[in-house]
Design a protein around this ligand. Structure first.
Ligand SMILES: *[C@@H]1O[C@H](CO)[C@@H](O)[C@H](O)[C@H]1NC(C)=O
Ligand SMILES: *[C@@H]1O[C@H](CO)[C@@H](O)[C@H](O)[C@H]1NC(C)=O
Ligand SMILES: *[C@@H]1O[C@H](CO)[C@@H](O)[C@H](O)[C@H]1NC(C)=O
Ligand SMILES: *[C@@H]1O[C@H](CO)[C@@H](O)[C@H](O)[C@H]1NC(C)=O
Ligand SMILES: *[C@@H]1O[C@H](CO)[C@@H](O)[C@H](O)[C@H]1NC(C)=O
Length: 293
């Protein structure tokens, strides 16, 4: 028994060590690819955004320890020892530049808050390909311009969408209303116009849409009124209508006036005994008021 134990223990120890190393190696290889994508995602963010206030000075990519990015300012991971980004919150850091498209590498990210910076340009029109699993997106208080991309409606997990205080123009795409998990949407203080979409599974209050001079429809006043966008056709319509009515009134007036003149003239002519002249005159007048009408 003792002999056997002496003989097998070193062998057993060696093989278990080997297995441990093998398992560790396999796990590392299988996870490192995904983890490296998230590291590259954050690195690309620092490359596409300017950081004049050096707010991201804790973002040190030289430490390659698993979980090191989880200590970066504004980064939450799913697990503190695994390079897998859950949320990015970079609020009021003086960041500039355009929406970081490299965020597509953070494929497990569910929350993105870039509010209160100076980020400009358009919201990417393939945003669902970049950050398609977000439940919360906050781009408020930046300098985003252009239209709200309809592709946001393909970010089907969105609960919260904040786009207020930017320079967005055009309509709110009606497809956004089909986001059935959406609870909060704010687009106040932009330059949006057109009808507010119907939201399938939530009631959004009017103050979420305030300070967009061209927006209309529930819960704002109905779109039938003279909104900025529709004012020009109405003015043209009124002008055309006015001119038509004026012309009609004028024509009818002329009709009666000329008929009276003709009658009077006929009476005078009859009195003056000028037959031929009177017939010619009536004909000419008839032709004239036909043209007038
Ligand atoms: C690298 O990151 C790990 C995890 O955050 C930390 O424990 C370690 O101290 C860091 N190493 C250096 C050299 O900063
Ligand atoms: C960035 O730095 C500028 C100049 O020092 C300062 O005025 C501004 O408040 C800072 N912004 C933020 C968000 O820290
Ligand atoms: C999104 O579109 C931009 C160009 O507008 C492109 O460079 C980028 O690769 C696209 N991203 C994805 C994830 O499709
Ligand atoms: C959603 O994605 C599909 C497939 O990429 C695309 O065809 C469709 O136009 C997108 N929807 C919107 C509203 O952009
Ligand atoms: C709408 O919201 C209710 C709860 O408010 C939820 O139970 C339901 O699943 C939602 N519908 C859809 C289509 O997501």
């Amino acid at each position: 028994m003792a002999v056997q134990q002496i003989n097998t223990t070193p062998y057993f120890r060696a093989s278990s060590t080997l297995i441990t190393i093998l398992v560790w190696f396999l796990l590392t290889v299988s996870f490192s690819h995904a983890a490296q994508r998230d590291v590259d995602c954050l690195r690309s963010l620092t490359e596409s955004l300017q950081d004049p206030n050096n707010s991201l000075n804790t973002w040190d990519f030289s430490n390659t320890t698993e979980g090191s990015i989880c200590r970066f300012t504004g980064v939450d991971c799913w697990h503190p020892d695994e390079n897998k980004v859950l949320n990015i919150r970079l609020v009021d850091m003086g960041l500039r530049g355009e929406f970081p498209l490299g965020l597509s590498g953070c494929s497990s990210m569910t929350g993105l808050d870039l509010s209160s910076n100076h980020i400009s340009g358009q919201i990417p029109n393939n945003i669902s390909k970049v950050v398609g699993y977000l439940t919360s997106l906050d781009l408020s208080n930046n300098r985003f311009s252009g239209e709200i991309p309809a592709d946001l409606a393909n970010c089907t997990y969105l609960n919260i969408l904040k786009l207020d205080h930017n320079q967005l123009t055009g309509p709110i795409p009606y497809q956004i209303g089909n986001l059935n998990r959406l609870r909060t949407i704010t687009v106040t203080n932009n330059h949006l116009s057109g009808p507010i979409p119907h939201f399938v599974n939530s009631t959004i209050q009017a103050d979420s849409f305030a300070n967009n001079p061209g927006l209309c429809g529930e819960p704002l006043p109905p779109c039938g009124g003279p909104s900025v966008k529709h004012r020009t056709p109405i003015v043209i319509g009124a002008a055309v209508g006015g001119v038509t009515v004026g012309a009609l009134v004028f024509a009818v007036g002329m009709f009666f006036f000329l008929r009276r003149v003709a009658r009077k003239k006929k009476e005078e002519d009859l009195l003056g005994n000028k037959w031929a002249k009177s017939i010619k005159g009536t004909k000419r007048i008839k032709v004239r008021y036909t043209y007038a009408i």
